[in-house]
Design a protein around this ligand. Structure first.
Ligand code: NDP
Length: 412
């Protein structure tokens, strides 16, 4: 039915590749391309062994380089490019899609390398060009952003006339038995968490100090966990697409050990994203050279690789939306829709932990929605702009079943 080119061969891409290969009737041809071809080859071999899928192709590409991408897209001619590299590559990949007539999907919004700041304006600026080219770009199709936005669209379609209060709650109650590790790319993760908090209230953005606001929230099958208000990208498009929202916030759980390490990392300057000069020994042992390094990128090189956490990861994640508003009957109602995902089950199926799994599965479903003709809309769109029903149906069959609580206590 469709030919897909996936960029990236990390944790999220590993899950997405397994899930695509489990659905060969939709993903009839697959290519994995990334900076390091050996990783793509290893991933293709692991996926073929686990699923019996045959003929996954691989390629080397620097996704920061538009002309390299154009050459690859022109040679392979995919129906859709699934961007599972890093947020820094979003614009170059979108540009190459436009130049070659490919549709586009990603899981995280664009971020410049030299500024820890993310917002949709850079990608929304491509709307008219995608629309004129008759190409569909689907933005933010992981879990959060992604499933959380689709949960909101589903609530608006089936349960509410007016969504007034939205709290997205993201709990990782897993234990990987490491003193400190991040669950996805450490550089992106630490940049996100050390930013100022931001939420939407009464028509305006309210800024907080990083991790300033927190409270205990109770998660299904897990119990109470300290949850911190963060700035998260899906809020930006949801308050535009659902203008009845009076307040929208995003909460994520962190343990004290994680926060203590983060504080030290910041205090000693290792979370800096500017270049510093460093006298480094040469790899061939012939002396030293003055080099420039970015401390956070160096830190990434010494931290545990998120892809290696899966084997001993216990516990589960629980991510959902807590919503209050005016129901279809004209009365006030609350609604909590969520998924719990076991790290162990994710690892047994794909070799990756739950955070990669909860991102890679929705990325695959988003591509499936496009390739099956259910989410085809020229332009650049956030996921809540599409029909949530077929996507919600697939979540139940592809490994991320969801549950609902009507008129319960939202705690918020
Ligand atoms: P990883 O660091 O594990 O993988 C990133 C991959 O991208 C690597 O294979 C890397 O190659 C490749 N890559 C990096 N730069 C380039 C480049 N210039 N050209 C080609 N390939 C490149 O990250 P994750 O898998 O953890 O995360 C992937 C994406 O998913 C990120 O954008 C992240 O923000 C997003 N995400 C979204 C979530 C959501 O719920 N929406 C949740 C979690 C993550 P190499 O191996 O050579 O370094």
């Amino acid at each position: 039915m469709g030919k897909v080119l996936m960029i990236g061969a990390g944790g999220v891409a590993t899950v997405a590749a397994h899930k695509m290969a489990q659905n060969p009737q939709v993903f009839t041809e697959i290519m994995i391309a990334s900076r390091t071809k050996a990783k793509c080859d290893r991933l293709a071999a692991a996926v073929e062994k686990a699923t019996g899928y045959k003929g996954i192709q691989t390629a080397q590409v620097d996704a920061d380089n538009v002309s390299e991408l154009v050459t690859l897209f022109n040679a392979y001619k995919p129906d859709m490019v699934v961007n599972l590299a890093l947020p820094y590559q979003d614009l170059t990949i979108m540009e190459a899609c436009l130049l070659t007539g490919c549709n586009y999907l990603d899981t995280a919004n664009y971020e410049p390398k030299d500024e820890a700041h993310f917002e949709y304006s850079w990608q929304w600026a491509y709307r008219e060009r995608f629309e004129k080219a008759g190409l569909t770009a689907i933005l933010g199709c992981g879990f959060d952003p992604g499933v959380t936005s689709i949960y909101t669209a589903y609530a608006a379609k089936h349960h509410f006339n007016e969504i007034q209060y939205l709290d997205i709650v993201d709990c990782n109650a897993g234990d990987h038995h490491k003193a400190f590790a991040t669950n996805f790319n450490p550089e992106i993760n630490i940049r996100e968490i050390t930013q100022k908090g931001l939420y939407w209230e009464n028509g305006q953005w309210v800024e907080t100090e990083p991790l300033e606001i927190h409270k205990d929230l109770t998660y299904p099958e897990i119990g109470p966990r300290d949850s911190y208000l963060l700035h998260h990208e899906e809020i930006e498009s949801l308050v535009i697409n659902y203008p009845t929202i009076k307040r929208a916030r995003f909460w994520m759980t962190f343990g004290q050990q994680y926060l203590k390490h983060l504080e030290v990392i910041q205090n000693i300057g290792m979370s800096r994203i500017d270049e510093i000069e460093y006298e480094a020994p040469l790899a061939d042992g012939t002396g030293t050279a003055r080099v420039k390094i970015v401390p956070l990128q160096f830190l990434k090189a010494v931290l545990p690789n998120p892809q290696d956490l899966g084997e001993n990861y216990e516990g589960q994640t629980s991510i959902g939306c807590r919503i209050r508003g005016i129901g279809k009957d004209g009365k006030e109602h609350t609604y909590y829709v969520y998924n719990n995902c076991s790290h162990r089950a994710a690892y047994e199926e794909t070799g990756m932990q739950g955070v990669s799994y909860t991102t890679g599965v929705p990325a695959m479903i988003g591509a499936m929605m496009f390739l099956t003709g259910q989410w085809v809309k020229p332009g650049v769109h956030n996921v809540e702009e599409f029909d949530p029903d077929p996507f919600m149906e697939q979540l139940n069959t592809q490994g991320l079943p969801w549950h609902e609580i009507h008129d319960g206590d939202l705690e918020l």
